[in-house]
Design a protein around this ligand. Structure first.
Ligand SMILES: CC(C)(COP(=O)(O)OP(=O)(O)OC[C@H]1O[C@@H](n2cnc3c(N)ncnc32)[C@H](O)[C@@H]1OP(=O)(O)O)[C@@H](O)C(=O)NCCC(=O)NCCS
Length: 364
């Protein structure tokens, strides 16, 4: 992998060697429970099914940090074609942070990717907490995005939108490729298979857009959403929301596409924290286009969530949270998550107290 930033190869990752007593190794299936505990503690929205997919795509490319036989950190890599790779799920046990574990995991993942000579670009979607670590490893922020959340409003099923089918994948990948920057048919196939009822296509002579959605630990995750116009995106988003009235829904939208923010705002979504798409190596990723309305997920091609079960109005005046009342949202979320049929691979919802909800809001 060439490093256009001039900071060297993977060894430039801060703390690339694990601190004493910390071992790094490939993540096995048996590690998913421990990885889930770290994910849950961070308030992220992924599920055991997400970990399983990441492992299936890169059986030798997902790693854990271990101390005394206990998993204390994770990182995943995902290849999107021969030249592009993604880093995701960088998580460290809160008690062991700021000891070099995160830097060591990142360095390990980059060294793994460096061994694949064809890879020219490594990208990721960074939280504000992760960004300095990545910058030290030679990543540069290329554009911001934002997490949006809502309790899904009741919406009518829009006309012209139909369920996505496996037979659509070639056409959807063709629509997706110039927006994402690589052919990710493998990812789209897996995400559609994860929740076939959550995929929709807007037909024209060629598809005018598509949306996928899937269950998360705390809310439904909508994305990717790619559409040739804002009107097409609106229909697709409505199709995704139609089966989910009253349920918590989140998605990550590129800030540089103002049509995405306008659409989400109109449907009652509230912006949450910022995320940053970051890149290391050659500039092979496209800038966000007006067709890009939501990413596939922070761990595979977009930003990372905090709690998606709760949103509220912080006393400092808002930072954009103002329209969602935390209590109402928490109640609606808990009700919806408890009553919905369990989808294979999702964990049972755990009650979240209002206090915890607020604490999570402020630890963003
Ligand atoms: C982001 C995250 C993975 C970092 O993990 P970490 O183990 O704390 O990372 P490191 O210890 O390598 O580096 C973190 C900081 O500790 C410092 N540090 C590293 N070793 C240290 C040591 N021995 N003594 C003191 N400080 C040290 C680093 O210089 C760095 O400083 P900075 O934040 O001021 O730049 C962790 O905070 C986390 O899990 N956060 C929640 C999930 C998240 O946001 N992940 C990022 C996704 S994009």
């Amino acid at each position: 992998m060439r490093d256009a930033t001039g900071t060297g190869r993977a060894g430039a990752a801060g703390g690339a060697l694990p601190p004493p007593g910390i071992a790094l190794r490939v993540m096995e299936r048996a590690d998913i429970d421990a990885a889930e505990r770290l994910r849950e503690a961070a308030g992220w929205n992924q599920t055991p099914a997400d970990w399983a997919r990441l492992r299936a795509w890169a059986p030798r490319g997902c790693f854990v940090a271990e101390v005394g036989g206990r998993v204390v950190g994770t990182v995943t890599t995902t290849r999107h074609g021969p030249r592009l790779a993604w880093i995701g799920m960088l998580l460290v046990d809160r008690a062991l942070r700021r000891h070099g574990v995160g830097g060591a995991l990142l360095g390990h993942a980059l060294r793994h990717l460096d061994r694949a000579d064809a890879i020219r670009t490594v990208a990721l979607d960074a939280t504000p907490l992760g960004r300095p670590l990545y910058e030290r490893a030679g990543f540069a922020a290329v554009w911001p995005m934002r997490r949006w959340a809502a309790v899904a409003p009741p919406v009518a099923r829009p006309p012209g939108v139909r369920p996505a089918r496996a037979a659509d994948l070639a056409a959807l990948a063709a629509l997706d490729r110039p927006v994402f920057g690589a052919d990710r048919r493998r990812v789209l196939r897996a995400l559609l298979a994860a929740h076939p009822a959550g995929g929709f296509v807007l037909d024209g002579p060629e598809p005018r857009g598509y949306v996928l959605s899937r269950p998360g630990a705390g809310g439904w995750y909508v994305g990717p959403l790619v559409a040739t116009s804002a009107a097409a995106a609106q229909r697709l988003l409505r199709a995704a929301l139609h089966p989910l009235p009253g349920e918590p829904v989140i998605l990550d939208a590129p800030d540089p596409n103002p049509a995405a923010a306008a659409l989400l705002d109109a449907l009652g979504f509230a912006p949450q924290r910022p995320l940053f798409r970051m890149r290391r190596g050659a500039a092979t990723l496209p800038d966000p286009t007006p067709r890009h309305f939501a990413i596939a997920g922070p761990e595979i091609g977009s930003g990372a969530p905090r709690s998606s079960r709760c949103r509220g109005t912080p006393p400092d005046g808002g930072r954009g949270w103002a329209r969602v009342d935390a209590t109402r949202c928490l109640e609606a979320s808990s009700r919806a998550m408890a009553s919905r049929p369990r989808v294979a691979g999702t964990s049972a919802p755990r009650p979240v107290s209002f206090e915890n909800c607020i604490r999570r809001l402020f630890s963003l």
